[in-house]
Design a protein around this ligand. Structure first.
Ligand SMILES: C[S@@+](CC[C@H](N)C(=O)[O-])C[C@H]1O[C@@H](n2cnc3c(N)ncnc32)[C@H](O)[C@@H]1O
Length: 172
């Protein structure tokens, strides 16, 4: 298990995944990154370290351990913590963030990524990026392909070759 020493929380992604993800995000020049599933805030912290000048929105249901973890860490002002249930029905706050101006990355790392893709990928605009964690381990391609008709894969080979379970797509 890898621990992020600044937050003292577990890195939930595979070794080397976050560097690879951030490199692809950086080449894409997003204005906004949206993370679904803050957890203990580890990936949020790493994104904030890497992208100091863009808005990072992160969503999580109201869990006491999550609140405690993020309170222990001094996150910069460009990180916006949002609370709500993402899965029962579309969360208005997230739909509003997806409607903001600017190029977006939507990174699905929540309790049910297939459901997140179903509810929120349609709110992305042409040129926005969609990311899914736990692809092939938790997310079954045939269950999401109907939502991805307007998307094309980005760097899938790179993630495959490195044994990483993140996949990214761009909306046409
Ligand atoms: C795998 S963790 C996120 C890890 C985090 N992205 C990271 O890399 O450090 C998934 C999170 O999704 C949250 N979650 C599960 N169901 C949810 C829901 N319906 N609405 C909002 N958050 C939910 C869980 O509480 C959990 O903290």
């Amino acid at each position: 298990m890898t621990i992020c020493k600044e937050t003292n929380t577990e890195v939930i992604h595979e070794e080397g995944a976050i560097g690879t993800i951030c490199k692809v995000f950086r080449a894409f020049h997003p204005d906004i990154i949206i993370e679904l599933g803050t957890g203990l805030g580890t990936f949020t912290w790493m994104l904030a370290e890497e992208f100091k000048n863009i808005d990072i929105y992160t969503f999580e249901k109201n869990k006491p351990e999550y609140q405690l973890a993020i309170k222990r860490t001094n996150y910069p002002d460009n990180v916006h913590f949002c609370t709500g249930d993402l899965l029962t029905k579309p969360l208005n706050m997230l739909v509003a963030v997806l409607g903001l101006n600017g190029t977006k990355v939507l990174y699905c790392d929540n309790g049910d990524k297939t459901r997140e893709v179903e509810l929120y990928s349609k709110h992305l605009k042409a040129g926005d990026m969609l990311g899914i964690h736990d692809y092939l381990t938790e997310v079954v391609p045939k269950n999401i392909e109907k939502y991805l008709k307007a998307f094309y894969p980005v760097n899938h080979k790179l993630f495959e070759q490195r044994g990483l379970s993140t996949r990214l797509w761009l909306k046409e």
